[in-house]
Write a protein that binds this ligand. Structure first.
Ligand SMILES: [Zn+2]
Length: 246
């Protein structure tokens, strides 16, 4: 079995010069790759990638919580999601690290809630960004009945990660696991049954441009932390990603 990159942004300009090579390297090593959407335009690009790669790249459609300039696209994004029926709605959520203005945080929550509502209606799982707002986001989730929840790039406390996993939420472990003590502690705190591998490419690779194949390194690191074989990590995390994004 091959690993999956459950969250990346291959539609970003960082890949404009060599996107095909990056995707071809991914095809060589991975089962599939999930490209998160950020706003109307990025969602369109994600759909194009899905189309061009015959579904090897799967599109998530959402409205990213730091794309505050795009919040007025909400109605159009909702329409786009209803029309395209992506495998998941994302990324969506809260970001209190970048957004500090109280009114803008309120608007962020409104947008988040509307997209959770929609995901519930169309029975699609959600992919959440929760930077510095992990507790708040988990509380809001209590108000909705959802098909599935992925906490992408989770950087809350290991205790909170464990609590979330007990509710059946999946924890996205990025390539930060290679160098972040916090993320290594999260991996220790939750079962493999609750983990998906992701890169959040182009970000989170020791300051270099990240790419999907680097989940292979993460699988090795997680195997070391958990004291299991790399095969076991890949089998479990790929199974989780298949179930989640189908
Ligand atoms: Zn992302």
């Amino acid at each position: 079995m091959r690993p999956v990159d459950a969250h990346c942004h291959l539609d970003f300009e960082q890949y404009d010069d060599d996107r095909e090579e990056v995707i071809s390297r991914s095809r060589g090593e991975l089962e599939f790759v999930v490209n998160a959407g950020s706003n109307l335009m990025h969602n369109r690009k994600a759909l194009e990638l899905q189309e061009e790669t015959g579904g090897f790249v799967k599109a998530n459609l959402g409205l990213h919580p730091t794309y505050t300039d795009s919040f007025d696209e909400l109605e159009e994004v909702k329409k786009q999601i209803r029309n395209e029926m992506p495998v998941a709605v994302g990324e969506i959520g809260l970001d209190f690290h970048h957004v500090t203005d109280v009114e803008m945080r309120e608007r962020q929550e409104e947008v988040f809630r509307e997209l959770l509502e929609l995901a519930g209606e169309i029975d699609r799982p959600v992919v959440l960004h929760t930077r510095d707002a992990e507790k708040q986001a988990l509380e809001i989730l209590e108000d909705y009945e959802l098909e599935g929840v992925m906490l992408h790039c989770f950087n809350g406390s290991p205790e909170l990660a464990y609590e979330a996993s007990e509710k059946g939420y999946l924890i996205g472990v990025t390539t930060q696991v290679l160098y972040s003590r916090r993320v290594q502690d999260i991996v220790e705190a939750v079962d493999l049954e609750s983990i998906m591998l992701e890169t959040d490419s182009p970000f989170l690779y020791r300051g270099e441009r990240n790419e999907p194949v680097n989940v292979v390194e993460s699988a090795e690191k997680i195997a070391e932390i958990k004291g299991v074989s790399v095969d076991e990590v890949v089998e479990m995390t790929t199974g989780n990603s298949r179930d989640f994004f189908s």
